[in-house]
Design a protein around this ligand. Structure first.
Ligand SMILES: Cc1ncc(COP(=O)(O)O)c(C=O)c1O
Length: 416
């Protein structure tokens, strides 16, 4: 198969993107906030998905369904891969990762030479966590509400390399962004070498003052790793708003890209000193692509990110963020009126977006989750720790108001 034929195949008309673009054409002059409540617009967007409507999926934070156009691209690339993989996958499809890199870099606001395409956020973050040269006694600051796998990774370095992990606590919601900053600042000692924080946490959806913390780290000679698993493509930001050196994100969450895709940003001046997870030739030391030296892997997944980006841009991240906020406010304002319910997510738009968490006095989160699923077909995420427990609720842009209200009604019934 020649490259030209391949592109003809890849250029097949994509109905979902046409849907998103035609929906956008009718609403060009509207603000994202007014459009957030426009059910006609979102009804059109919904048709791009192939979800099972007999399930009310309010756990899109775990992993999201991709629109049909992304699934089609995956299938197409998979078929092409299987024609003669050494030729069609390695030589024809694999180089297209450069176009994905360029587009991800443009969306993130970075140079393509600073973006690696990974298999998920865990891989991107572990490259940073395991790739920094640190020695016995060096301290790492993170929070008790950071992602368990990332904490496990630091625990392994504690056991293996003698690092010291310091995990700070913070109330939910916190009194202010400054409060979060101060907690981090107060935990710094002369031995602190790394600060590891979420851009937005996966539990209560708390957004952190990333830019300020990165500046603090730079002033004190401390590396700052930012876990953006949930941030990229959920709400608008650019690299210049964060000014971070290391950033890892999932693309199969809010970008709606194929399952098993992620992004790593490393500032150009930091690449040479960061070891890859899988060793790469010394000649690649300063090349961001050294983080992609993972052996044979499918090209279909990372190439279909391109379709997810086109779909995403056809809606626009501002509109998406406004809709996700609108959905969160719909269930949280209603359930907040219940005497047993406390909303643990800040209502301040600077501190939250689509992820929300509620806690129910005297109720077991696991039991509530089981009852919602068994009796109502509703998927939510139970979260329990020694600090708080409750349900994380994450609708998506394909969610209907009826689904949100069915969840609220089910909760009211269970609590009664
Ligand atoms: C805050 C946070 N960090 C990291 C991850 C890991 O992401 P992935 O599953 O893409 O590796 C997750 C996944 O839910 C997360 O919520």
């Amino acid at each position: 198969m020649r490259r030209r034929d391949l592109f003809t195949l890849a250029g097949l008309h994509s109905a979902s993107i046409a849907v998103a673009q035609s929906a956008a054409a009718h609403v060009r002059d509207r603000t994202p906030e007014s459009l957030a409540a426009d059910e006609d617009y979102w009804a059109e967007i919904r048709t791009a998905f192939t979800v099972d409507r007999n399930i009310i999926n309010l756990n899109n934070g775990g992993v999201s369904p991709s629109p049909r156009v992304v699934q089609d691209a995956m299938r197409r690339y998979l078929e092409i891969s299987n024609m003669a993989p050494v030729h069609t996958m390695w030589r024809l499809l694999e180089p297209q990762i450069e176009s994905v890199r360029r587009r991800l870099a443009a969306a993130f606001g970075a140079d393509p030479e600073e973006i690696a395409v990974t298999r998920n956020a865990s891989e991107a973050l572990e490259i940073c966590q395991l790739g920094l040269d640190l020695k016995r006694g060096d301290e790492v600051i993170t929070t008790t509400q950071d992602y368990p796998r990332m904490i496990t990774t630091w625990r392994q370095r504690e056991a293996r390399d003698g690092l010291v992990l310091k995990m700070i606590r913070f109330p939910v919601p916190p009194p202010s962004l400054d409060d979060l900053y101060q907690r981090i600042e107060q935990a710094i000692t002369p031995r602190t070498r790394v600060i590891h924080i979420c851009h937005i946490t996966n539990r209560t959806g708390q957004i952190f003052p990333v830019r300020k913390i990165c500046r603090l780290g730079r002033e004190r000679g401390i590396e700052v790793i930012v876990d953006g698993a949930h941030a990229f493509a959920q709400f608008p930001f650019r690299h210049e708003d964060l000014d971070c050196d290391y950033y890892g994100a999932s693309l199969h969450k809010w970008l709606l890209a194929p399952h098993g895709t992620g992004l790593l940003y490393v500032r150009r001046s930091k690449i040479a000193k960061l070891w890859p997870l899988m060793p790469a030739p010394a000649s690649m030391a300063g090349d961001i692509r050294k983080f992609e030296e993972i052996g044979t892997h499918p090209a279909a997944n990372h190439n279909a990110i391109g379709e997810a980006m086109t779909f995403h841009h056809s809606i626009g991240v501002e509109r998406k963020a406004a809709r996700l906020r609108y959905l969160r406010e719909r269930w949280s304002r209603r359930l907040a009126r219940h005497p047993k319910v406390t909303i643990l997510t800040s209502p301040d738009p600077a501190q939250s977006c689509g992820l929300g968490m509620l806690s129910v006095k005297g109720a077991d989160a696991g039991r509530l989750t089981a009852e919602l699923w068994d009796k109502h077909g509703i998927l939510v995420t139970p979260i329990s720790s020694d600090e708080y427990s409750g349900l994380r609720i994450t609708p998506n842009i394909y969610s209907t108001l009826e689904e949100i209200d069915t969840f609220s009604t089910a909760m009211e019934k269970i609590l009664a």
